[in-house]
Design a protein around this ligand. Structure first.
Ligand code: ZN
Ligand code: ZN
Length: 366
């Protein structure tokens, strides 16, 4: 990972913030995934200041050894008080008069605390909201990130195959989740990307049905939605399989969701808007008379976090770019009856989209 290059890109993105008289000279980064992205530090407490060709990481004594090992090329300051507030004091002491921060990652309370560290004459003007500069950089993955994400996606696919081999009617959803998560750890996962979803029978109509004590039915759908974290990067995939004999409308809904999912994957390429990709899925379900049961967006970016920009939702105008990694996950949920969702991770390539989660999507009956 070339952290120095990332730091330079972040500082470059600051240009144009502030006024000609008072340009924004430094960037305070407090959102930990952003800190990790910019300097490699993976601890649970820290703040990074970028500016004037320098990067300084502030963290506490628990991370003395780890910070120096991870944040190579970045100056490390071990502090005894709050990392963020010590960083603020250092910014003022260095003569900076305008410092950018990401308002989406800063609470009102922490902004007030940051301002309180300032001498009176700097208090009002020092901290300038400059937008999600780092989040925007993180949308487009570099080679090393894509390599890790590919691995994470394939570990997920391996776990799905394992799940297929062990699922039986009568087994509880939590037992399925437990087996999956145990296998994930053995396969090298640091943790799951989010609470594993195992939603069976009627519960498959819950878009976020976390694994419960419910038993897998003799007959009906089971939706598995899960992901692993490998070297900090998240995977995310969903498959819906069927236990026992299928009813005609179950087959019809499954086919429609699969067609919608494949249409959206096929729509992915650089310079296409995320709204168009969403519409590719939604229009298939509209033709099938099912669009009112597709109650969420089509997908999201992912990387160091499970939900990142861009968001692939109706009418959104952001354009996809080569190197983005997004999910495509349309679903249809018939309350009290059943639901179907299919989700892949897709890399935006120079000419289209490459599916990173090649697990079978054809109707699967256990
Ligand atoms: Zn998912
Ligand atoms: Zn997802």
């Amino acid at each position: 990972m070339d952290f120095r290059a990332r730091q330079r890109r972040a500082v470059r993105a600051l240009k144009g913030s502030g006024t000609a008289e008072h340009p924004v000279e430094a960037l305070l980064v407090t959102h930990l995934p952003d800190v990790r992205y910019l300097c490699g530090f993976t601890g649970s407490s820290g703040a990074l200041v970028l500016g004037a060709g320098k990067a300084t990481l502030y963290t506490d004594g628990r991370y003395t050894v780890q910070a120096k090992a991870e944040a190579v090329g970045t100056k490390v300051e071990i502090v005894s008080k709050s990392a963020v507030l010590t960083a603020c004091e250092a910014i003022a002491a260095a003569g900076v008069t305008r410092c950018g921060f990401d308002a989406a990652q800063t609470t009102v309370a922490s902004l007030e605390a940051m301002q309180k560290t300032m001498p009176a004459k700097l208090r009002k003007a020092m901290f300038q909201p400059v937008g999600p500069i780092v989040a925007r950089l993180r949308e487009v993955k570099d080679k090393s990130e894509i390599e890790i994400i590919r691995r994470a996606a394939l570990v997920g696919c391996g776990l799905f195959d394992k799940a297929l081999g062990m699922m039986r009617s009568g087994m509880t959803e939590v037992a399925v989740a437990a087996e999956l998560e145990h296998a994930a750890r053995l396969a090298g996962a640091e943790r799951m990307s989010f609470d594993t979803i195992v939603a069976s029978g009627e519960r498959s109509a819950l878009p976020h049905g976390h694994a419960s004590a419910a038993k897998l039915p003799k007959r009906g759908f089971v939706t598995l939605d899960f992901g692993v974290v490998i070297d900090g990067y998240c995977s995310d995939m969903t498959r819906t399989v069927h236990m026992g004999r299928a009813l005609e409308d179950e087959l019809r809904v499954y086919d429609a969701v699969l067609e919608a999912q494949e249409a959206a994957v096929a729509a992915i390429r650089p310079r296409v808007s995320v709204g168009e990709v969403d519409e590719a899925a939604r229009s298939v379900l509209r033709r099938a008379g099912l669009d009112q049961y597709f109650t969420h967006s089509t997908g999201h970016g992912l990387g160091l976090e499970i939900h990142e920009q861009p968001r692939l939702a109706a009418k959104q105008t952001q354009l996809l770019e080569r190197g983005m990694v997004v999910t495509i996950e349309p679903g249809v949920y018939l309350p009290g009856r059943f639901g179907v969702r299919i989700e892949d991770m897709v890399l935006v390539t120079a000419t289209g989209g490459e599916v990173l989660t090649p697990s079978v999507k054809a109707w699967t009956q256990l």
